[in-house]
Design a protein around this ligand. Structure first.
Ligand code: HEC
Length: 119
């Protein structure tokens, strides 16, 4: 019996830790959003989305430059590859999870300028 309860508590701890990691970290995501090292052209996400403007992370799917993106991870990779000229992130990488966690806090505030050049 003792072994069973020990195993259950170990499982419990692993589960909680898993949930914390699976969720991504909003603060780290925000830092990545300002980080030009995601790409190769010196731009960061916030070059075009200052304070996350123009992004509504609550949506189910996204359309960027006429191309439908089924998930927020696809939308993030589309902008990394096309706007930052960077390497796509794997969907379950910590960076992707952090970025997605931050973007999900954004509610689509309008940009000040409508058109953005360079993407
Ligand atoms: C060179 C400019 C540029 C950069 C840099 C850029 N984006 Fe975008 N992004 C756009 C444009 C243009 C759209 C299309 C929608 C629009 O016009 O508002 C868009 C749309 C999006 C959308 C969909 C928004 C929605 O609510 O439909 C997401 C999510 C997004 N970008 C994430 C990112 C992330 C994450 C980064 C950094 C890795 C990034 N973008 C960097 C220009 C850029």
């Amino acid at each position: 019996m003792k072994i069973t309860s020990l195993m259950l508590s170990v499982l419990g701890v692993l589960l909680v830790a898993g949930l914390v990691f699976a969720g991504g970290d909003i603060q780290r995501g925000k830092a990545l959003f300002d980080d030009p090292s995601l790409g190769t052209n010196g731009k960061s996400c916030s070059s075009c989305h200052p304070e996350g403007r123009g992004i509504n992370g609550q949506k189910e799917s996204f359309t960027i430059m006429g191309k439908k993106q089924a998930t927020i991870e696809d939308a993030i990779n589309f902008c990394i590859q096309n706007a930052l000229k960077g390497q796509a992130l794997s969907k379950d990488s910590p960076k992707m999870k952090d970025l997605a966690a931050y973007l999900k806090t954004l509610k689509g505030e309008k940009r000040k300028r409508k058109r953005i050049k360079g993407c």
